[in-house]
Design a protein around this ligand. Structure first.
Ligand SMILES: Cc1cc2nc3c(=O)[nH]c(=O)nc-3n(C[C@H](O)[C@H](O)[C@H](O)COP(=O)(O)OP(=O)(O)OC[C@H]3O[C@@H](n4cnc5c(N)ncnc54)[C@H](O)[C@@H]3O)c2cc1C
Length: 498
């Protein structure tokens, strides 16, 4: 291969990961002679339950120059201001909390929240519930959309809910006329060259598709990276127990709130995600703690559904990551690369970050593997940082009603980084500094998120050990903050997606 020329890229898989990666690599290199071809088997199909995103998906569409008006209607998409967690804690006042996507207004309110959390960690009884300090929480509670009137100069950050099947199809229809090749073929084998690099995909009917660079987006099968090249899979099952999901869509029963709901269940949690056409619901659970039949019955009861309609769909989840996302001339992206679990809806976030980081590392190395090790370390750190944040939801849970929750709360199989983060919280260290020291300058989750999680669960000294704030103590004013956020919220329109 000519080292200075962009590669011929072959993407195996036409799920969201395959099309997102194809669009991004085509945009990076297409104008300079690189080619991108997606090979997918419609008969195998896609997982297609991914329905929630982070603000990274907005950045992706902005990067490609695709307007919301063009893609949102095609994908039944709604706005998402954050996630409401309900039932994860039995502590009084902590029955539910909102994990927001932050915006510039929060730069003014977050220091007060952090300050009060620090006092509360030391046992001083001051207001420190996350719902009071972030604009996204106020907007969601008021069913407001995320885009302010023109005269309000503080943009709110947001993500989306969408139909993953329609998202993949939209991207395919956008990408193919712009030069991305598309072959609907089942891949039966992968041909390696004399050095052990991937040379071609061998397809049904005898077709052979050659390339310089291969992207494995074949889903949990990980056909190239794991099955052919033998890349090691690191399971996360020691500290993430959930391995199954049951999915049941329902019609809307009320107005759309632009938030994901995450409700704790007996052996896991369930999501509710509003699309324009329906509500997506799913129960993510541990098969060691509950059977499929029990999980389905529990979800049906929670949703007020009878035993038969609609039909439930069950999914197996392979939770963990590849040791290296980039092996030889193959990049894995999406479920083939790893999956943590959908609690924070981070899967497509990682796909986009992987594709952009890879494009930059590959190109700055002259389209060679010069920067492969650093890239792999960055991606692994990103996965492990997200995993730790998600594990923390289970580890600090304040429920005691089932073995599942008790085992999670007692789980000692934590990473050293997560142990350090929890120690920092319980020993009153400043969380911003601890986060940077433990997870580096670009941590997977900001200090705001750690504060929201710990404070949202009421992870503070118990009520009976709290002391009233002494006179003269500097306490952030929650009433003034609420009033300020309510005033800001008046600049946002009521949300009505259809
Ligand atoms: C329960 C659950 C909930 C989730 N919720 C979210 C969420 O809220 N937010 C989020 O971002 N993500 C979520 N995800 C993850 C999300 O579904 C995936 O990350 C996303 O859909 C990308 O999947 P993928 O493209 O990697 O794989 P898939 O969708 O499985 O696509 C694999 C592709 O490979 C092709 N393929 C496989 N084998 C062959 C072969 N031999 N020949 C040719 N083609 C082949 C298939 O045809 C398909 O096109 C969730 C996942 C699960 C399991």
């Amino acid at each position: 291969m000519d080292a200075a020329k962009p590669p011929r890229v072959v993407v195996l898989g036409g799920g969201s990961a395959g099309w997102i990666t194809a669009c991004l690599l085509r945009r990076e290199w297409g104008g300079r002679g690189g080619s991108v071809t997606v090979v997918e088997s419609p008969a195998i199909g896609i997982i297609g339950v991914g329905e929630g995103s982070t603000p990274q998906l907005k950045a992706f569409f902005d990067h490609l120059g695709i307007a919301e008006a063009d893609w949102m209607a095609a994908c039944d998409a709604t706005y998402k201001l954050g996630i409401r967690f309900t039932g994860w804690s039995e502590r009084e006042g902590c029955e539910s909390y909102f994990h927001p996507f932050p915006g510039p207004v929060d730069l003014h309110t977050e220091p007060g929240f952090t300050h009060n959390c620090a006092l509360r960690r030391r046992g001083v009884d001051v207001p420190a519930h996350p719902d009071d300090w972030f604009l996204a929480a106020t907007l969601a509670a008021g069913r407001k959309g995320p885009q302010p009137d023109a005269n309000f100069p503080f943009p709110q950050s947001y993500g989306y809910h969408f139909d993953a099947h329609k998202l993949g199809a939209f991207l395919r229809d956008w990408a193919v006329p712009r030069g991305v090749g598309h072959r609907a073929l089942k891949v039966e084998d992968v041909e390696l060259d004399a050095h052990g690099d991937v040379a071609a995909l061998l397809c049904e009917g005898g077709e052979r598709i050659e390339g310089d660079l291969f992207v494995d987006c074949s889903g949990f099968a990980a056909l190239i990276a794991q099955q052919k090249l033998g890349e090691r899979f690191i399971p996360f099952d020691e500290n993430l127990f959930n391995d199954r999901a049951v999915v049941l869509p329902t019609p809307h029963s009320g107005p759309v709130v632009p938030q994901t709901e995450s409700v704790a269940m007996k052996a896991g949690w369930r999501w509710s995600i509003p699309l324009t056409t329906r509500v997506g619901n799913g129960y993510v659970y541990s098969s060691r703690h509950i059977s499929d039949e029990e999980a389905e019955a529990e979800l049906r009861a929670a949703l007020g559904l009878g035993p038969d309609e609609p039909q439930a769909r069950f999914l197996q989840m392979k939770v963990g990551r590849l040791e290296n996302s980039w092996t030889r001339n193959c990049l894995a992206a999406g479920l083939s690369q790893g999956f943590i679990e959908p609690l924070e809806a981070t899967a497509l976030h990682i796909v986009i970050a992987t594709a952009l980081d890879f494009a930059s590392a590959y190109e700055s190395g002259g389209f060679t593997d010069r920067h492969r090790d650093e890239f792999n370390q960055r991606i692994a750190a990103r996965y492990d940082g997200i995993r730790d944040y998600i594990v923390a939801h289970y580890r600090v849970n304040q429920r005691s009603d089932t073995d599942y929750w008790r085992e999670n709360a007692a789980n000692q199989a934590l990473s050293d980084n997560l142990k350090s983060m929890m120690t920092a919280w319980f020993t009153h260290q400043p969380i911003t500094e601890a986060n940077a020291a433990i997870y580096g300058q670009e941590p997977a989750y900001a200090a705001m998120s750690w504060h929201a999680l710990f404070a949202g669960y009421g992870t503070f000294p118990p009520r009976e050990k709290m002391q009233a704030a002494p006179q003269g103590l500097d306490v952030a004013d929650v009433e003034a903050t609420r009033a300020m956020l309510a005033a800001c919220a008046r600049n946002f329109p009521d949300y009505s997606p259809v």
